[in-house]
Design a protein around this ligand. Sequence first.
Ligand code: ASP
Length: 314
Amino acid sequence: MADFLTIEGLSLADLEGLLEATRDNIPLAEGRAPTRATLAGLVVANLFFEDSTRTRCSFETAVHRLGGSVFNLTPAGSSLSKGESLLDTAQNIECMGVAAIVVRTAVSGGAKMVADGVRCPVINAGDGRHEHPTQALLDVATLLEEFGSVEGRTIAIVGDITNSRVARSTTHALTTLGARVRLVGPPTLVSPAFERITKGPGTVQTMTNLDAALEGIDAVIMLRVQLERAAGGGVSSDYRSMYGLTQERAARMPSHALIMHPGPLNRGTEIDDRVADDPIHSRILRQVTIGVAARMAVLENLLAPSGVLKKVSA
Ligand code: ASP
């Protein structure tokens, strides 16, 4: 059975197929088109072993919009709090006849571990600092809605690159499609080793000077410092002045440049209020809508017989 675990290793054709399906699903994600019944009679399990607002609710919404049923399991109130393992939990849930398992875990590689231990399709909703493939789809689909293509476009991803699964997945997707990616952050949170991420025709450059990195960009994706994954480090007192998208910095960006963020926002740290809420340039809430469309695309491709993906698994 096919899984959807990573963007790394996804072919250009499969990535483009999913992005096209995402675009076509936007009217349905917005509630402007009638619900489809491709998942009618199917039950999807959302196993969220790490906190989530957007990803969990948008997978739920996506299943509903495709006519299926979904339930959520989180550590509080489940036997995980009694010490049951992730894999035991997933195998027990599979035995209830679910069509697919959507899993979020703090363990890098945890989604693959679940996929190896069950027969039903598994979708990675974020595993530790490893990958968040549906976030990458929605990020790229948001850029495509604006620019039509990302080939040759320059996208800066700014913040805690080292601990961000979003940075990894979105960089893989953007470089596969030929974009230039600038990964920007303090030297402790971005390593030149990330320049090896690129697989496709795109390029990756690591930078530590945010002002230089914002020159000539087409979009910036701001990231939260992943305090839950930081080994003892907090946010330094000069973080906002060095790496925050302040109003003054945003005003110096090219006038067409988009502002994005996967959420949750730490307003006043990595992004100022007025920048996040900028009615012209911010696409932060648009990303959320497109996220539902992206998750519908993945669910349909794995579960509906006409899916374009034959096997997406790495
Ligand atoms: N929501 C994203 C994630 O789960 C980004 C973040 O938490 O900062 O990775």
